[in-house]
Design a protein around this ligand. Structure first.
Ligand SMILES: [Ca+2]
Ligand SMILES: [Ca+2]
Ligand SMILES: [Ca+2]
Length: 214
């Protein structure tokens, strides 16, 4: 199924060579797989159209992302093909509705991003000269995306993953832990400075630096 879909989409040569990621510059940055609101802003709430996946250019040079594809789950069916340039530090979000449009244009079944609510694996592929390289992947458990939580790197492109759970707070101790902040589709994965460091900064401004004992 995977190979057939790739051939129909005319994005990969007949012989596929899969390699492991190696210092990937463009990576998966945030995922929301269980939408309960109108995330894509089309006026309707859809379990399919309002899912989204965000990628980021974590490197220092612009990248032509036209060769990048998204897939999900064990079947690795392609769900979306990117286009254009991604500047250093820039993000690109793909909504389920965009995935449906891409699938339709390429003669594929219009399942959208097809992010399983019980858990799934999102993969980012790079297609070049007939080889398909796995640029990045992330496997989430159901709680990570439950009811409008997103799971994303903090900060953009970093190794650490956290939950963006303002709409559905997560109090569990199983990582990734909650931030209390809202999901950021298409925007930087930012969350206010922690209460502890903010409070210490305020104390220093009020009382000045501690006096050394003489
Ligand atoms: Ca919508
Ligand atoms: Ca879903
Ligand atoms: Ca984001």
């Amino acid at each position: 199924m995977f190979r057939r879909d790739i051939a129909r989409a005319s994005v990969v040569a007949a012989t596929l060579v899969f390699a492991l990621p190696c210092g990937a510059q463009v990576v998966i940055n945030e995922i929301l797989g269980d939408p309960g609101i109108d995330w894509n802003g089309d006026g309707a709430v859809s379990f399919k159209d309002d899912e989204w996946v965000e990628i980021v250019n974590a490197g220092n040079t612009p990248v032509d992302i036209t060769s990048y594809r998204l897939s999900d789950g064990g079947t690795r069916i392609l769900r979306f093909g990117f286009a254009g340039m991604l500047q250093p530090g820039a993000t690109r979000v793909v909504f389920g509705s965009e995935s449906v449009a891409w699938e339709s244009a390429n003669g594929l079944s219009t399942a959208g991003l097809s992010l399983n609510n019980a858990g799934d694996t999102v993969r980012l592929w790079q297609v070049a000269a007939g080889d398909t390289t796995l640029a990045d992947s992330y496997t989430y458990a159901g709680f990570e995306i439950l009811d409008d939580r997103s799971v994303g790197r903090l900060p953009d492109g970093a190794a650490q993953w956290r939950l963006w759970d303002a709409r559905n707070p997560y109090s569990g101790m199983t990582p990734p832990l909650g931030t209390g902040c809202a999901p950021t589709p298409g925007g930087a994965n930012q969350c206010p400075t922690s209460v502890q460091s903010t409070a210490w900064g305020a104390v220093k401004r009020i009382y000045g630096a501690p006096q050394r004992q003489r």
